[in-house]
Design a protein around this ligand. Structure first.
Ligand SMILES: [Zn+2]
Length: 65
């Protein structure tokens, strides 16, 4: 979970790089983050589960249903 000084994009959940998976970039609270397609649904539907790796996400309301 430590912030890397490298300029390499990684999924904030599984830390895979774009060498392994396609990565999608998004901005949250002014910070650029990357997430892979495997974890994108979590960001959409259950963002609170990402609170450990995405501070503030516990306040997000995911899609219901
Ligand atoms: Zn991932």
């Amino acid at each position: 979970m430590s912030q890397t000084s490298e300029n390499q994009a990684r999924c904030l959940v599984c830390e895979q790089t774009s060498a392994t998976v396609p990565l999608l970039q998004f901005e949250y609270q002014g910070s650029q983050n990357w997430i892979c397609p495997q974890h994108l649904p979590i960001l959409i539907h259950k963002p609170a589960e990402l609170a450990a790796v995405l501070p503030g996400a516990e306040n997000l309301v995911g899609g219901h249903g």
